[in-house]
Each structure stands twice: as structure tokens, then as C-alpha cells.
Design a protein around this ligand. Structure first.
Ligand code: G4P
Length: 529
């Protein structure tokens, strides 16, 4: 095996997704602890807070004390090189969160055992399902009062329409949470002690038939329940199927407590074993083998103003094949320009570093002089590739923006267009209306504030915002003349700035109604262009 193959095969690149507060940060932190990337629990949040305080990145972010941006963490564990794509934890997440999933090879979905599936999990799951990437479920907070594990599994299957396979089973819950039963190794991991801040947890591994020891440790009642549960699960007769996991049709489910560090190590082991190294991705319909082809990557995120003094933009790329080398000349396919990436950066657990090389599966950030757009391909001059674009996701909140100062037309238009190019907002206009206002669509309402703030600070333009009552948007995919459509009062025809026709709706129910009123009208929820 060549060095290149070895490096690529040991890479695992995944995103952790959850509804806010389910425990994503806590789980990420525990994974980093196992990798030795951080020394103490609590440092992830601590570091993030410290970074906010010293960095100049977005006053707004500081003021609200939240993380608008998402980052990438890389660490080593057990011979693997792990890239975790972190997604914003705040309720007001943005399209970036969705796009991050485009760069991942699998996803870990963290669910709060007391709450089950929550709205944000639902949205993120849809995107994972669209890509058919493996989805691993970690049902967290078993140390609190929680819903029945059977109930939770059923909810996942019903709502998401995928199979589930419990890899372990919880023993008790709440203050009675004693540990987990590892179904593969057929043994009980009973935790007798924990230190949230260290990786040393004291688990006693016992076979299910070690009756006396287990009765002692778990108590008669929990031991009896466990035996019944195991009999029921094994009797259900589902076979574990690796292929179904890898095609995203079967989600391995793990129960545990990230805070108490129960079940986290077992999860990490199984996960690393089951998830895949970087897989081929499509370039103009053809699969690009990560090991055989030279360097190629696509841009999935652009972040402006990491440092306000320099007005810089960083483009984040996911490497899809080969090895990246610093200072080499590469081709930016969309502009046809040859570029030299002189200061590629990578986020390690705690800080940004300049790197000299990186491999398929890795994420690098490069300085963007304003040439990159989301979805662009970078590759070698010799082997020209062009990855499929990243879909545009449907925004859910809409507002009309107009400038307060009529003289500021140019700044307003440039600003709003540039910010839209970064992909934080989508912009539309109403055809034939004669209005100068721009309709802005966002995935999370916080983006409206970010937009107002950035127009003011970066483009010296004050704006007026009028919230619009629409909640859904669909791309018109049929050959329909939109001006002839029969629309209700709470629907509207708009165009994006590439001239694509779209419809805005006041509510979900409006969509099938509109299609009924206009036979032949075809609508899409994501747009690939
Ligand atoms: P998020 O990134 O998904 O938003 O969630 P985060 O990890 O920040 O966790 C949200 C809250 O839930 C935190 O408490 C955290 O300590 C707690 N938590 C996470 N995992 C577990 C678990 O397994 N069991 C229990 N009981 N709690 C858990 P907080 O009080 O909001 O924050 P903090 O003051 O502890 O930082």
C-alpha cells in the first residue's frame, strides 16, 4: 500500500448534528478527549469563548455570545485521522449547516433521550438522507429521566423511514442508569464511577450469564429487565447489515451519556469501524477515485471577515482525491485561473495552523481573494474535474429589504449581492413589480440581523426590513409560464438573480393546493445549479 493510500484510508470525515442542547458539544468534547486533542473537558466551550473575546470576527457574534460559524476539528485516534465538521449549535442555524453536510462522509445524530426527534434534527436528517450517507444515532442523556428506548427507536423508524439497529442497550435510566449492554460483544459495561473530565471511566465488563455479579451490581430488578430486553432484541431477528448502514438505510443506534462519559468509547470504536474512508464523488457524472486521481477539492463554505482589519474571506474546501501540497499551482476550474495556495489552514482542536499537505477527506481553509463561489472545483492543471454543485436549500424566512438612503444604491446592491455569493442569504425579486426592494430568504432568522449589521458596517448602508409572511419556497421545474399561474393571496411568484422562477408560499398546505390548481406544475425543494 502506498503512503497516499494509507493516509486516505485512515481518514474519517463526519458531521455531528443535533437540535440545540441535545449534547453535540459535550459529545464532541469527549471524542476529542479520547483523541488526546484536548486535556480537559470544558475546554471546547472555554476555548471558543476565549477565541470570541480576542478575535475581531463579527461583533454581533460576540454580543450574542453564540457561534454563527462552524469549524472543523482534526485529531488522531487509534491510527485513524478524524475530521469532525462542527455545525452551529444555535437555534438560528443557517444554510452553512446544510452545506457542511455536503463535505461529510457520514453523520452522527445526537438525540436527547427525554425529547426524541426535535425540529432541527428533522431538517438535518433530510439533507443526510438526500445524500444517502450513513447516519449513526447517539441517544444521549440517559442519566436523566428519559423515554423508553423502544419508543425512541420506533420514533426514528417511523419519522425517518429508515431501519434502526441498537448496537447497545441502556441499563436503567435517570439516577438508575447503570451502564449499557454491548450487543456485539455480548457483555455488560456497568459503570461504577465516573470523572466527567477524564477518559478513565471504570467499566466492569461482564457476560450476561454472570448472574451473581450482575445482580449485585445492577440490582435484581434491572438485571431481570436487561435479560428480558436482550431476549426480545435478539429474538426480533434483525440482522445487522453493514451495507445497509453504508447506504444510509440502517442507522446503528447507541445509548449513552456524553456528560458522564457512558458509552462514548464504545460508540467511537464501532463508529470508526463502520463508517467509511473517503468515497468516490461525482465529477460530471463520473466517479472520482480518491486514491487514484491527483488532488481535487470543492468549496463548501465561504466565511467573510474572519479578521475585519483585513476584510478577508476564507474558502473552506473538502479534498476529494489525492494529496494537497502547499505552494503548488492548481486550477480553479470555474474561473479557469491557475492559483497558488500559499497559506492553507487547518483547524486543529484548539487553533488554526498553516499546513503543508493534506489528503482526501481533509478540510482546508484558503484565503479567498474573491474568486471562489460555493460548489467550485479546484484540481490539478493536468486532470480537470468539475464536481457537482452544492444544492441550494429552501430558506424558511423571508423579508423585503430596501435602503434608507436613496443615494446608496450601488453599495446596497453590491453588498447584498456579495453577501448572497457567500451563501448566507438568498436573494430574489418580484418580476415586473418595479420595486427596488430585494426579497431575502434565510434558513435561520439570525441571518437577517447579520445582513443588516454587515450592510451597515461593511458597506455603509442602512436598510429597512419588512418581514414577509412566507414560510416555504419551491423551484419551478416544469416548463410553466409563471405569469399564468393561479395563485392564492398568500403565494407569490419571484425570481432569483439567475432568472430562475420560484414560488413563495404562506404555509405547507398551500403547496399541494397550488399544484392542484395548476395541473402540470412541478416544484422542487432543493435546487441544483
Ligand atoms: P449542544 O451542543 O447540542 O447544544 O449541547 P451541549 O453539549 O452544549 O449540551 C447542552 C446541555 O446538556 C449542557 O448543560 C450539557 O452539560 C448537558 N448535557 C450534555 N450531555 C449530557 C448528558 O449526557 N447528560 C446530562 N445530564 N446532561 C448533558 P448546560 O447546563 O446547558 O451547560 P453547561 O453549563 O453544562 O455547559
Amino acid at each position: 500500500m502506498s503512503d497516499l493510500q494509507r493516509e486516505i484510508r485512515r481518514r474519517r470525515t463526519f458531521a455531528i448534528i443535533s437540535h440545540p442542547d441535545a449534547g453535540k458539544t459535550t459529545l464532541t468534547e469527549k471524542l476529542l478527549l479520547y483523541g488526546g486533542a484536548i486535556q480537559l473537558a470544558g475546554s471546547v466551550k472555554g476555548k471558543a469563548a476565549a477565541r470570541h473575546a480576542v478575535s475581531d470576527w463579527m461583533e454581533l457574534e460576540k454580543q450574542r455570545g453564540i457561534s454563527i460559524t462552524s469549524s472543523v476539528l482534526q485529531f488522531e485516534y487509534d491510527g485513524y485521522c478524524i475530521n469532525i465538521l462542527d455545525t452551529p449549535g444555535h437555534q438560528d442555524f443557517s444554510e452553512d449547516t446544510y452545506r457542511t453536510l455536503m463535505a461529510a462522509d457520514s453523520a452522527v445524530m445526537v438525540i436527547d433521550a427525554a425529547k426524541g426527534i426535535e425540529p432541527q434534527t428533522r431538517k438535518l436528517f433530510k439533507v443526510c438522507a438526500m445524500r444517502h450517507i450513513p447516519i449513526f444515532t447517539f441517544i444521549n442523556k440517559m442519566d436523566r429521566e428519559s423515554r423508553s428506548p423502544y419508543d425512541l427507536m420506533e420514533e426514528l423508524e417511523k419519522e425517518f423511514g429508515i431501519g434502526t439497529y441498537p448496537m447497545n442497550w441502556p441499563i436503567g435510566s435517570g439516577s438508575d442508569f447503570k451502564g449499557i449492554y454491548d450487543r456485539e460483544r455480548k457483555e455488560v459495561l456497568a459503570y461504577t464511577q465516573f470523572h466527567a473530565g477524564s477518559r478513565a471511566i471504570h467499566a466492569t465488563e461482564l457476560g450476561l450469564d454472570e448472574t451473581d455479579a450482575l445482580s449485585d451490581m445492577l440490582g435484581e430488578r434491572l438485571y431481570a429487565t436487561l435479560r428480558d430486553d436482550v431476549e426480545l432484541l435478539d429474538g426480533a431477528g434483525y440482522d445487522f447489515d453493514r451495507e445497509l448502514v453504508q447506504s444510509g438505510d440502517l442507522s446503528p443506534v447507541f445509548f449513552g451519556s456524553a456528560l458522564m462519559n457512558f458509552g462514548v468509547e464504545q460508540f467511537l470504536h464501532s463508529f470508526l469501524d463502520l463508517t467509511t474512508p473517503p468515497l468516490p464523488r461525482l465529477s460530471q457524472g463520473e466517479a472520482v477515485d480518491p486514491e487514484k486521481e491527483p488532488f481535487s477539492a470543492f468549496v463548501f463554505k465561504i466565511q467573510a471577515n474572519m479578521n475585519k482589519a483585513h476584510r478577508d474571506r476564507i474558502a473552506f474546501m473538502r479534498i476529494c482525491s489525492g494529496r494537497f501540497e502547499r505552494d503548488q499551482e492548481y486550477l480553479h476550474v470555474q474561473s479557469g485561473k491557475v492559483i497558488r495556495l500559499a497559506q492553507p489552514q487547518q483547524m486543529m482542536a484548539e487553533e488554526r495552523q498553516i499546513i503543508n499537505e493534506a489528503y482526501a477527506g481533509d478540510i482546508i481553509g484558503v484565503f479567498d481573494p474573491g474568486i471562489y463561489s460555493i460548489g467550485d472545483t479546484i484540481c490539478t492543471k493536468e486532470k480537470r474535474l468539475c464536481y457537482e454543485g452544492i444544492p441550494t436549500f429552501a430558506p424558511e424566512h423571508f423579508a423585503a429589504f430596501e435602503r434608507k438612503d436613496t443615494m446608496k444604491r450601488k453599495q446596497f446592491e453590491t453588498g447584498i449581492r456579495q453577501i448572497a455569493q457567500e451563501g448566507a442569504i438568498q436573494i430574489f425579486h418580484e418580476p415586473n413589480s418595479g420595486l427596488e426592494e430585494v426579497i431575502v430568504g434565510v434558513v435561520g432568522v439570525l441571518q437577517f440581523e447579520v445582513l443588516e449589521y454587515r450592510l451597515k458596517t461593511e458597506y455603509s448602508t442602512e436598510v429597512r426590513r419588512r418581514d414577509l409572511p412566507y414560510e416555504n419556497i419551491r423551484w419551478i421545474t416544469s416548463r410553466t409560464d409563471p405569469s399564468t399561474l393561479l395563485l392564492t393571496r398568500d403565494s407569490k411568484w419571484v425570481q432569483d438573480f439567475k432568472g430562475n422562477d420560484l414560488l413563495l408560499f404562506g404555509g405547507e398546505w398551500n403547496i399541494p393546493y397550488c399544484q392542484k390548481q395548476n395541473p402540470g406544475l412541478e416544484l422542487a425543494e432543493f435546487s441544483r445549479q
